[in-house]
Design a binder for this molecule. Structure first.
Ligand SMILES: [Zn+2]
Length: 251
């Protein structure tokens, strides 16, 4: 018997009552769990085996598949269902994670990132754009796409007022060193955006969501983190388009 804490990031109904779940776990990365009876009304694991439920799962493993015996809910994130934008953004996070995290990869840091992000998304105490940017960029850093943000790639200056950041090359140049001839891949940003980028990739988890940023810097940061993820994962996400559509309607 295997006991693991995990969060359900995708569910597929099989037949009338059974489900396949993609569960992100601390020790085993993303695993696929067959959950018999989890779709049944009144079934004992119904609430703990639903989308975005964070639960303690007791399972058996046969081959590469896990079979659910029982599950005990830790936190169900019901508050995400309060609003369409919340559930749409959470769905984007889960699509990204199920795409880029495999079995035996991920681990405690990724778990912490998604649980913290969903916690703030649920309670509404952080701006959704900020949560999205933190999730996108910190995730990329955790899975091996850490941007080089120590200083200008040419001269090493640490805090230029204006700089040119490249999502593709994961680095930046200050205005003095920047060669405009290669400007296609670069975005011009100001120092507060660089400071936010540094905070997101370097801060301890307990401080990760604690920073302030002006509305204009937030727009700039948001464009960069989104593009950074798309460029490095080489993929577009349907759920992101959906989130943007929903935001337009409900804002
Ligand atoms: Zn420079």
């Amino acid at each position: 018997m295997i006991i693991q804490e995990g969060i359900v990031l995708r569910e597929r109904l099989v037949g009338e009552h059974d489900k396949f779940l993609d569960v992100l776990t601390k020790d085993n990365g993303m695993i696929e769990v067959s959950a018999k009876g989890a779709g049944k009304i009144g079934g004992k694991s119904r609430s703990s085996a639903q989308l975005f439920a964070y639960s303690k799962f007791c399972m058996d493993r046969r081959g590469s598949r896990y079979y659910l015996n029982s599950a005990e809910p830790i936190h169900i994130f019901y508050g995400l269902r309060d609003s369409l934008t919340k559930i749409a953004l959470a769905s984007y996070f889960s699509e990204v994670l199920t795409f880029c995290i495999d079995e035996e990869c991920g681990g405690a840091e990724i778990m912490r990132l998604i649980l913290n992000t969903l916690h703030y998304l649920e309670n509404g105490k952080r701006d959704q754009q900020l949560l999205k940017s933190v999730f996108e960029l910190r995730l990329m850093a955790e899975i091996g796409f850490m941007p080089d943000i120590i200083g200008c790639r040419m001269c090493g200056i640490y805090e230029p007022d204006i700089l040119y950041f490249s999502e593709k090359n994961s680095c930046f140049y200050c205005a003095d060193c920047f060669d405009g001839a290669v400007d296609k891949d670069f975005t011009k940003i100001k120092l507060p955006v660089l400071s936010a980028i540094r905070h997101i990739v370097l801060a301890d988890f307990n401080r990760l969501f604690n920073f302030r940023i002006s509305d204009s810097a937030m727009m700039s940061l948001s464009a960069i983190t989104e593009n950074y993820l798309i460029v490095h994962l080489e993929r577009h996400f349907q759920t992101l388009n959906y989130y943007k559509d929903v935001r337009k309607i409900y804002e």
